[in-house]
Design a protein around this ligand. Structure first.
Ligand code: SF4
Length: 294
């Protein structure tokens, strides 16, 4: 039985914690030619993080993001979340200065960095270990699937062994690891998707966190072209919420579920349109997953 992120954060900090979507100014090696060009086929121009701020100095980004949240809440504590592109792809010295500035601020309780497992060299690992001495550091890895044929089809640009190696090194360094999984990738059966979750559920040491989301077809992506020409099956809300419920039932107590449905950019979203009614999706998931949480 896994835990919900909201419950985990309440236990850890005794209050609601909000995410600040920030930009590190990094690009992605799967877009700029170092590993590949064109990127993962589902990824839009915004690098899978349409809500992040543009790159300006980090204190300005943090103040602007806090001001937005405080229009609706009296939030005091925040996670500095670097989501778009590959936030460990760049000069370790520059990144260290950037992340230090964020993590040293009193109101920042955790640093969360989205990246690829093939962008965690020694200098970056040393930086993460240093940052971790100050506050918790979460590394978010976009694995999406364990199946090599799907990985090639979506142009992910690394194989499972690279993920396994990065996972081992991160856990040995005491860093919290959160893995992103996309349900509904073309060519995958339900069993294949459940196999990805089973694999993650069996990792040693246990996986700290998981983000599940359904495949979203976004305008301007290669996945959109494939969808138009092949009319790939897209989950209905009913099918998706049933599958997520099955995934949740497979996860161990140590794993925190950070996300159960995606937050795609509305202006780019082609299908499925039901994801825009996030409240309805979450209500359905709340009902279906009763009894599956710690
Ligand atoms: S690694 Fe991330 S940012 Fe780069 S193309 Fe893939 S999803 Fe987009």
């Amino acid at each position: 039985m896994p835990q919900r992120l909201s419950d985990y954060l309440k236990k850890e900090y005794g209050e609601k914690i909000y995410r600040l979507s920030l930009s590190s100014g990094c690009t992605c090696p799967n877009r700029d030619g170092k590993i590949g060009t064109g990127g993962c086929t589902f990824c839009s121009e915004g690098g899978s993080g349409e809500f992040a701020a543009d790159f300006v100095d980090i204190d300005t980004q943090i103040e602007d993001a806090k001001a937005l949240i405080r229009k609706k809440t009296d939030a005091c504590k925040f996670i500095a979340y670097f989501q778009s592109y590959t936030n460990t792809y760049g000069d370790a010295g520059r990144l260290k200065e950037l992340y230090m500035s964020a993590i040293k601020r009193e109101e920042i309780v955790t640093l969360s960095i989205g990246t690829r497992p093939d962008c965690l060299g020694t200098d970056i690992m040393d930086m993460l270990i240093e940052l971790k001495q100050i506050k918790p550091v979460w590394i978010e890895l976009g694995l999406q699937t364990i199946h090599e044929e799907t990985a090639r089809r979506i142009n992910r640009g690394y194989d499972l062994q690279v993920f396994e190696d990065a996972y081992k090194r991160l856990k040995e360094a005491g860093i919290t690891v959160i893995v992103h999984v996309i349900l509904g990738l073309p060519g995958e059966t339900k069993e294949m998707m459940l196999d990805t979750v089973r694999f993650l559920a069996s990792l040693e040491p246990s996986l700290d966190g998981i983000k599940l989301q359904n495949l979203q077809i976004l305008k301007g992506t290669k996945m959109y072209e494939e969808y138009v020409s092949m009319q790939n099956h897209i989950f209905s809300m009913e099918e998706y919420t049933d599958l997520v419920t099955e995934c949740i039932s497979l996860l161990p107590a140590q794993t925190v579920v950070h996300r159960m449905t995606g937050d795609g950019p509305r202006k780019l979203l082609v299908a499925p349109l039901w994801v825009t009614d996030k409240k309805r999706v979450l209500n359905m998931l709340t009902k279906k997953t009763v009894g599956l949480w710690i």
